[in-house]
Design a protein around this ligand. Structure first.
Ligand code: IPE
Ligand code: IPE
Ligand code: MG
Length: 277
């Protein structure tokens, strides 16, 4: 049975402050899907007079902590934005280093992900990645395909607009080949052809390093996501910030275009009063 308190497996956090934030989470109202734009690796490195790649390397510790914490919290889906299609514009040396780090991450972490019952799935134009990265991704996906815990999506060579265009092409093909009729096309038909088909849409979108933009990430899926931005740079992000994002998310009122819940409740109460004999 679900409980309001943390599930077992939370070793007592070393910092009281972290414990306090964790205690503020209502485990009955967790976001189902958290999506994160991991940003600020370059600035983290620059502040230390290090090459940008040192920032990307330092970001791996944050990835490890956030993935394992999210699984332990009981999130259904975690999506990390690791490499956009626009990121191909960066210098070759940086792109190559990012691809190498990705391979290293998968080599080092695959067994841990599997042991933690995490299902790993890359999303994006994965075919555009170098063959060695594709092989590592396929291996990780196949190894964890039977797992039943958190789904960990990693967005690579990802673009929200490309994703929507790819879905549109598939819908068109289905119409041309007679699998669906033109008048059957609705939001669900498009949704089922996105890379994220079958996943709950993100409830919470986190961005690090203070930038107030979505940079072509999950454009369709974040229609009603709650946004949470921290000034912290990605290599400095840890579970404490994730806890804080969830606490803040739980204090928000999501309306989905409706009126506020207090007015709805008051309206329901007054209707009950007037219909009583
Ligand atoms: C995020 O950090 C990692 C990727 C986009 C691959 P950046 O590399 O964008 O770092 P900043 O924004 O330049 O600080
Ligand atoms: C977004 O960060 C992409 C990823 C985190 C992978 P960028 O650093 O590429 O975004 P912009 O260029 O600042 O919008
Ligand atoms: Mg950036």
């Amino acid at each position: 049975m679900p409980a309001r308190n943390p599930p077992t497996g939370f070793s007592s956090p070393s910092h009281d402050e972290e414990r306090e934030v964790l205690d503020g989470i209502d485990f009955l109202r967790l976001p189902r899907h958290v999506a994160i734009i991991m940003d600020g690796n370059g600035r983290w490195a620059r502040a230390r007079h290090l090459p940008r790649i040192a920032g990307h390397r330092a970001g791996i510790a944050a990835v490890r902590d956030v993935v394992e914490t999210s699984a332990r919290l009981g999130l259904e889906v975690l999506t990390l934005y690791a490499f956009s299609r626009e990121n191909w514009r960066r210098p070759n040396a940086e792109v190559n280093a990012l691809m190498r780090l990705l391979r290293e991450y998968l080599e080092n972490e695959l067994e841990t992900l599997h042991q933690k019952n995490i299902r790993f799935r890359p999303i994006g134009r994965v075919d555009e990645l170098p063959p060695s990265v594709k092989r590592a991704l396929h291996k990780a996906e196949a190894r964890t395909a039977g797992n039943t815990g958190m789904e960990f999506l990693i967005a690579l060579s990802y673009s929200g607009r490309t994703e929507i265009a790819d879905a549109a092409r598939q819908v068109a093909e289905d119409v041309v080949e007679g699998r669906i009729r033109l008048d059957e096309i609705d939001e669900g038909v498009v949704d089922a052809r996105l890379y994220t088909a079958g996943c709950a849409e993100p409830d919470l979108l986190v961005r690090t390093s203070g930038e107030l933009r979505v940079s072509n990430f999950l454009l369709w899926q974040i229609a009603y996501a709650e946004l949470w931005v921290t000034q912290d740079l990605w290599p400095d992000f840890r579970r404490k910030q994730l806890y804080q994002a969830i606490v803040d998310y739980q204090a928000r009122e999501r309306r989905f275009g409706d009126i506020d819940s207090h007015t709805i409740a008051a309206r329901t109460r007054s209707r009950r009063r007037t219909t009583k004999p």
